[in-house]
Ligand binder design. Structure first.
Ligand code: R1P
Ligand code: URA
Length: 285
């Protein structure tokens, strides 16, 4: 098997992977990810014991035990560019031998669950809901660079969205893990999550920068292919799902709805909505 050069898989002097700053033994195969670095402690405060705490840039990692189960929680910051780094480096930690710089013959499948905040695109999904992303639809450019394969149904969704948005790029569409949905999200609102490359104009928000497509929010809200509709948006889910498909990991994105863009409300108890999603996830993962 090909040796991966030093410039491609960068290993720090202390043997840790470049951005995450972690050694293979620092992580569990079951991982909760969050966008906000401060949310890591909101998860690990429920651990019986914290074994490892590592920080570099926006990637804060705590590994410990919750009711006897070894879990890792990592923050990613915002956006799919960070998910590119997170997923490649987590995969390298479990599937590449750092001594020989060769991929291991036997591949480890990680279970990765995102616990994030999100805005609702439907009046029927109110503030405080917990939405499980059955699909992630990406409007970001990450998958322009990977050989992602998509089914005919997935391609029909992204082709229609491209036409309706009138954009020059093709979105991508990938499902989450059915096993993780059944195990963790069985009582949550089933949804299809739009992953946007920004919080303002890409999500139809106007402060002073303006908006090219004045009907953007309506296009998202009314988008329909057979029974496929968009329920909510955020900034990472589709990147996770696509990288999970490419690298062979099991992925689930869970969304605490803190904004409803149709009713134009923002949750006054956003921390509580996130905390109850954290507790559900910890108990079921
Ligand atoms: C924007 O406020 C951020 O919140 C959402 C979006 O995906 C974006 O990262 O997720 P997190 O709360 O997990 O960061
Ligand atoms: N996160 C987002 O990306 N959008 C929202 O509206 C709320 C949280």
């Amino acid at each position: 098997m090909a040796v991966i050069p030093e410039s491609e898989l960068i290993i720090n002097k202390n043997g840790t992977v470049y951005h995450l700053n972690l050694l293979p033994e620092h992580i569990s195969d079951t991982i909760i990810t969050v966008g906000d670095p401060d949310r890591v402690a909101m998860v690990s405060r429920y651990f019986d014991e914290i074994e490892i705490e590592v920080a570099k840039r926006e990637f804060i990692t705590h590994t410990g035990y919750y009711k006897g189960k070894r879990l890792t929680v990592i923050s990613t910051g915002m956006g799919t560019d960070n998910i590119d780094i997170l997923m490649n480096e987590l995969d390298a930690l479990v599937n590449i031998d750092f001594q020989s710089r060769e991929p291991n013959e036997e591949k480890i499948k990680l279970k990765i669950v995102r616990v994030g905040t999100s805005g609702s695109l439907q009046e029927s999904i109110p503030l405080g809901s917990h939405v499980a992303s059955h699909y992630g639809v990406g409007l970001d450019s990450l998958m322009e660079f990977y050989p992602l394969e998509q089914t005919a149904d997935e391609q029909s969704i992204t082709k229609t969205l491209k036409e309706q948005l009138g954009v020059g790029f093709t979105p991508y569409c990938v499902p989450g893990s059915k096993e993780l949905i059944d195990k963790i999200a069985f009582d949550m609102v089933p949804g299809n999550t739009l992953t946007c490359p920004g919080f303002y104009a890409p999500q139809g928000r106007v402060l002073r920068g303006g908006l090219r497509n004045q009907n953007l929010l309506q296009v998202y809200q009314n988008f329909k292919v057979c029974d496929f509709q968009l329920t909510n948006f955020e900034m990472e889910t589709a990147g996770y799902y696509a990288m999970g498909r490419l690298l062979g990991h099991e992925m689930l994105s869970l969304n605490a709805i803190v904004a409803n863009r149709i009713t134009q409300e923002f949750a006054k108890n956003a921390e509580e909505v996130v905390d109850s999603l954290i507790r559900k996830t910890l108990d079921r993962i």
